[in-house]
Design a protein around this ligand. Structure first.
Ligand SMILES: C[S@@+](CC[C@H](N)C(=O)[O-])C[C@H]1O[C@@H](n2cnc3c(N)ncnc32)[C@H](O)[C@@H]1O
Length: 255
């Protein structure tokens, strides 16, 4: 296996576990010892609330979609989604942002999620069926090689995923390829202010935990520009831990 394949396999294993745990928590009997938090009002969505989702956005989502939430912001809040737009979520996990986006773009629009972890796709598909969405689709694939046609997407969103990809240049080139001219990308992601210590950078568990793969903010923005995007802007930034931050970044494909 190449280094890149090893990183992806490690990431896949971690998020397969997150999906399985989210599913198990909602199917286990209420307040069984392993699911002691499942009865109270704080049972689900606590993490999602912390990272910027409004309560009314979460209230009609299945518990499993909220429990699988592993983002670091809420890109749907900043993407100015409009009725009829086609949205693509890179690394859609349990589907939380796809479902919120699908509501915003309505029946004339569409929200597509791409993820490489089968367990996450299974969970997201089950959640979509439960919600009865007809404008939602999940596809299996790698964000470095998107299973999406050229120039077909109005808006790309992504929540805490690009830092996990070994080749970020490829991710931004792919994002550029699939966007329509004038299309935009709004991502929440982990970046750093400066370089991470070598021992963290080389720790595979820290990579899967969204730390080691994070780039210095300046380099992250440069990679977006190098892919061809313009008007690259940091909309918001929050402290995560030490030099590790979460940033909301917007950029446009020229018309
Ligand atoms: C930190 S979770 C975030 C999930 C979701 N965006 C959310 O906010 O809950 C990362 C997700 O990205 C997926 N992922 C990581 N690297 C990927 C890649 N190269 N291609 C496709 N999916 C990837 C993982 O399988 C996982 O579901």
């Amino acid at each position: 296996m190449t280094e890149s394949e090893t990183i992806k396999e490690n990431v896949r294993e971690r998020y397969a576990e997150v999906a399985k745990r989210a599913q198990a928590s909602t199917t286990a009997s209420c307040c069984a010892p392993s699911t002691a938090s499942c009865c109270g009002p704080t049972s689900t969505g606590d993490y999602a609330k912390k990272i910027g989702y409004a309560l009314n956005e979460l209230s009609d989502l299945p518990d499993a979609a909220q429990l699988a939430s592993a983002g670091c912001g809420n890109p749907t809040a900043l993407a100015s989604l409009k009725e009829g737009e086609v949205v693509l979520d890179l690394g859609s996990g349990g589907g939380i942002d796809v479902f919120i986006a699908a509501k915003k773009v309505g029946p004339t629009g569409k929200a597509i999620g791409v993820d490489m972890t089968q367990e996450m796709l299974d969970l997201a598909t089950k959640n979509a069926e439960e919600l009865g969405f007809e404008n939602v689709e999940f596809r299996k694939g790698d964000i470095e090689d998107l299973p999406v046609e050229d120039g077909t997407i109005d808006v790309i969103i992504s929540n805490c995923v690009i830092n996990l990809a070994p080749d970020k240049d490829k991710v931004f080139r792919e994002a550029y390829r699939v966007l329509k001219p004038g299309g935009r990308i709004t991502v929440s992601d982990i970046v750093t202010d400066g370089d991470l210590p070598e021992e963290i950078r080389n720790n595979p568990d820290q990579w899967a935990a969204c730390v080691s793969g994070a780039l210095d903010e300046k380099l992250y923005l440069e990679k977006i520009r190098n892919a061809g995007f313009e008007r690259v802007k940091v909309l918001d930034k929050r402290d995560f831990s030490g030099i590790v931050k979460s940033a909301e970044v917007e950029a446009f494909k020229p018309i």
